[in-house]
Design a protein around this ligand. Structure first.
Ligand code: NAP
Ligand code: ZN
Ligand code: ZN
Length: 352
């Protein structure tokens, strides 16, 4: 076992604070990574505050991890010491079910999430990326291009490991491309990446926001138009016109006004996971235009690598605000107020 340092919360109503814990010994298929940057996902806030009612404490959150490899097990050939590496939301899965066979490890019944999940090897809970160091099975470690090695770039790559793949995967699944009209609901960590992907894939992109002051940023990121979703008259102008809408909102809200904006056969894909359910959906609006309401969970490891390679090729990264580790509790409060542009990333060098 190796001692390491991180930040943990000891209970739903407690702040995050310094925490010392042990990582497992390096196994033959493991990669050991010194963490340089870790993104702050709204899922970290939900789980630290037990909003999904499944939190186990102490909890070390963090699943948008980038760093450098410091050691590899004897059966690891695809990484070597000194490589840049990334870890996202998963660190293990069963590897033999129908989902694992199809590179969709996120839908495996045996997925081990990067934190707040029982680890197969030790039976203890996994601890995430708000820490100095992590050990992960090679299958769940991603390559990061040396093109992204500057500190500014690397920090802006970290949130691709969750916010990036969670928006990239459904857009690929529903084949967003030129000629499509795509809506993105919410300009936060996930939403701002959805705008960037949709634009990069050639679709006409419309951002729906509750924050008028985000309009300029959305246009700069590639949105063709911005709609203030609270204004019914602005919404009405887009009725029946969207092929695909990706809804990233982290809170319970009325989905019906957005369903009305879909074309016949259009789909709204939900990726936000609020702490309590949305108001009921009017199924008539689905039935009469054969519309679909769907959902999507992060993305598989193969597709995450594809996304990272696409991002490096097209120079697409996240817009980030760097924070020191001891600023994390204020950062959580700002995430809840939708006051982040557009992802906090922790500089792990600030963790003494
Ligand atoms: P975030 O940065 O807080 O962004 C969420 C955005 O939703 C806000 O910026 C805000 O955008 C909008 N919003 C917030 N409260 C709202 C309200 N009451 N009504 C309408 N809009 C509201 O969060 P995130 O990190 O992007 O995560 C978004 C959600 O996705 C979270 O629930 C998270 O747990 C979930 N998530 C799911 C997956 C998955 O695999 N499906 C993966 C990661 C995260 P505007 O200011 O533009 O309105
Ligand atoms: Zn996340
Ligand atoms: Zn499986």
């Amino acid at each position: 076992m190796t001692k390491t340092q991180g930040y943990a919360t000891l209970g739903a109503k407690k702040p995050l604070e310094p925490f010392t814990f042990e990582r497992r010994e390096l196994l033959q298929d493991d990669v050991s990574i010194d963490i340089l940057y870790c993104g702050v996902c709204h899922s970290d806030v939900h789980q630290v505050r037990d909003e999904w009612a499944q939190s186990v404490y102490p909890m070390v959150p963090g699943h948008e991890i980038v760093g450098r490899v410091t050691a590899v097990g004897k059966d690891v050939k695809k990484f070597k010491v000194g490589d840049l590496a990334g870890v996202g939301c998963m660190v293990d899965s069963c590897r033999e079910c129908g989902s694992c066979d199809k590179d969709l490890e996120q839908y495996c019944a045996g997925t081990v999430f990067t934190y707040n999940a029982p680890e197969k090897h030790t039976g203890k809970m996994t601890y995430g990326g708000y820490s100095k160091h992590i050990i992960v099975n090679k299958h769940f470690v991603l390559h990061i291009s040396e093109k992204m090695a500057s500190p500014e770039k690397l920090a802006a790559v970290a949130p691709l490991l969750c916010a990036g793949i969670t928006t990239y995967s459904p857009m690929r699944h529903w084949q967003v491309s030129k000629g499509h009209k795509v809506g993105v609901v919410g300009l936060g960590g996930l939403g701002h990446m959805a705008v960037k992907w949709s634009h990069a894939f050639g679709a006409k992109t419309v951002l729906f926001t509750t924050s008028p002051n985000k309009t300029g940023d959305a246009l700069r990121m590639g949105a063709d138009e911005v709609v203030i979703s609270k204004k019914a008259n602005e919404m009405q102008l887009h009725a029946g016109s969207f092929d695909f809408i990706i809804n990233t909102v982290a809170a319970s809200h009325d989905l019906n006004p957005f369903l009305q904006l879909l074309k016949r056969d259009g789909t709204m894909c939900m990726i936000g996971v609020p702490d309590h359910p949305h108001p009921p959906v009017d199924t008539a609006s689905l039935i009469f235009q054969r519309r679909s309401l769907a959902g999507s969970l992060i993305g598989g490891i193969k597709e995450t690598q594809e996304m990272l390679d696409f991002a490096a090729k097209h120079d697409i990264v996240c817009d980030v605000e760097m924070i020191a580790m001891n600023e994390i509790n204020q950062a959580f409060d700002r995430v809840v107020r939708s006051d982040v542009k557009y992802r906090f990333v922790i500089d792990m060098a600030t963790l003494a």
